[in-house]
Design a protein around this ligand. Structure first.
Ligand code: CU
Length: 506
């Protein structure tokens, strides 16, 4: 068997992208320790280890899926109100990419934006040089530039993709990436992807201006003695659940006044694949009178659990199966700590909609929502118990001064890193020293969330770390490279709350 390998980012691709060799050299050289010092060397994105691990991941006869992705300025329609934005292929959300586990995905990305961009494949344990982090795993794709992403898709599940440059994710640049498992044995009749978003772009401002405004205003740290936690069990994010006020909340690109409606028959089972693509908003999700049987979170299966209301922070995904009732019902998404709601209509034949979404939204605020991290991983994806070889604290703090958010007292610097070695069991302790929640995302791995007894709960790649709380996660260091861990609030991440989990070797 001779697996066909894709070359690491080479001179040819770099030249094609208009990169100078000097700029390209930045990636490889400045992130390594000087030769001869005896210090461990970083395993960078262009390392032969990265190619070798990818080769081992590829089956001899893996099928190839070829897709073209075109990020470009466009105009969308918010129920009669036009909004200028940036999107993939002129639509929000972008066209879903659907592949099978084990296939090779090739995405030729043609940057028609007036700014540099990249694409990050959120949640995938893919090869490091395809992870889409500029200055760490690849150079930015300049305007008019082209970059060919190509990687094996390792795990089935509900994923998504978005840029990893500036505040671009809070424009319309996002789309679902669904990876099917041919052996899964579907126990449902239909699938419905449900993408939640908070929307401000093209409504008289844009996300760059929003960030400028936050910095201009500055943010005094909140008074810790106020003790916002624990006061209200139905407000798990505390009192401060967002920095940005959005005029619209969308489901699948549709505003509340003009929701998507999908028609089924009573008794049919629908697998919902719900993705929170928001920039600064967690959502509670409920279908009044219809329990949701949660089957997966962040792509990985959990022991089935029935929930009435689910909490989903930015970057998280949840799959749930519902049975269509005898009358049409809304799926309602309430932005945590903010006004308004988003909706989508599940039609049951031609019956009228039962109940008002406004009333459901009110009721949902008094219910304790499910945090999917508290679920138990399905047996086939449970991490074996093992003492960690290395433990790193990831201390989350802010905001200070002109809206600065830090990890371990520092803002993001790609030359810094939390060192890990291939083969290690790694523990990250996300310690939230701030009064705001942070959805902490780790690239390239799916960790196991620890419970208070030292056991494991769900497998996740994005986990809610509530104000003043600590969440510990374990993972096996089996995907060499340089991987970000960061807050998935885009305004926190862009203001410093990102760090590198850095594979090193002697
Ligand atoms: Cu944050």
């Amino acid at each position: 068997m001779t697996p066909r390998m894709s070359p690491p980012l080479g001179r040819r691709e770099l030249l094609r992208m208009g990169m100078t060799i000097a700029a390209a050299g930045f990636l490889a050289s400045c992130t390594k320790s000087p030769a001869g010092t005896g210090a461990p060397q970083r395993i960078t994105a262009d390392s032969p280890r990265v190619s070798a691990v990818e080769a081992a991941r590829r089956g001899a006869s893996a099928g190839v899926r070829q897709v073209t992705l075109t990020p470009a300025p466009t105009q969308i329609d918010l129920a009669g109100t036009p909004a200028s934005t940036w999107a993939y292929g002129g639509r929000v959300p972008g066209q879903e990419i659907r592949v099978r586990q084990g296939e090779i995905l090739r995405v030729q990305t043609v940057n028609n934006l007036p700014a540099p961009t990249t694409v990050h494949w959120h949640g995938l344990a893919l090869r490091n040089d395809m992870d889409g982090v500029p200055g760490l795993t690849q150079p930015e794709i300049p305007p008019t530039g082209v970059f060919d992403y190509e990687f094996a898709v390792p795990h089935a599940g509900t994923y998504w993709f978005h840029p990893h440059v500036g505040t671009q994710i809070d424009r319309g640049l996002y789309a679902p990436l669904i990876i099917e498992d041919p052996d899964e044995g579907a126990n449902y009749d239909h699938e419905l992807v449900v993408i939640l978003d908070d929307w401000i772009d093209g409504t008289g401002t844009d996300p760059d201006q929003v960030l400028e405004g936050l910095r201009a205003k500055g943010m005094p740290p909140m008074d810790h003695s106020m003790g916002g936690m624990g006061a209200d069990p139905t407000a798990p994010l505390g009192m401060d659940s967002g920095d940005v006020t959005y005029p619209y909340y969308l489901i699948n690109g549709r505003v509340t006044a003009d929701p998507q409606a999908t028609t089924y028959r009573a008794g049919q089972r629908v697998r919902l694949r719900i993705i929170n693509a928001g920039g600064d908003t967690a959502f509670r999700i409920s279908i009044p009178g219809v329990p949701m049987t949660v089957t997966h979170t962040d792509g990985f299966p959990v022991q089935a659990y029935k929930a009435d209301t689910i909490l989903l922070t930015m970057g998280e995904r949840v799959d749930a199966v519902v049975t269509i009732p005898g009358s049409s019902v809304p799926l309602v998404a309430v932005p945590e700590g903010k006004n308004g709601f988003a909706q989508l209509i599940l039609r049951s034949g031609d019956t009228p909609v039962r109940g008002r979404a406004e009333d459901a939204a009110m009721l949902m605020k008094s219910q304790m929502p499910l945090d999917t991290a508290t679920l138990t991983a399905a047996p086939e994806v449970q991490l074996q118990r093992r003492e960690p070889d290395v433990t790193h604290d990831v201390r989350l703090a802010g905001p200070t001064g002109k809206y600065t958010w830090t990890i371990n007292g520092k803002t993001y610097d790609p030359r810094d890193g939390l060192p890990v070695r291939e083969g290690q069991r790694v523990r990250l302790r996300f310690v939230n020293d701030s009064m705001m929640f942070h959805p902490m995302h780790l690239h390239g791995h799916t960790f196991a969330v620890r419970d208070s007894n030292g056991g494991f709960r769900a497998r996740k790649d994005t986990v809610l770390v509530a104000p003043m709380k600590t969440v510990q996660v374990d993972f096996d260091a089996d995907n060499p490279g340089q991987w970000l861990t960061h807050c998935h609030n885009i305004y926190h991440g862009e203001s410093g709350m990102m760090a590198v989990v850095s594979y090193v070797q002697d």
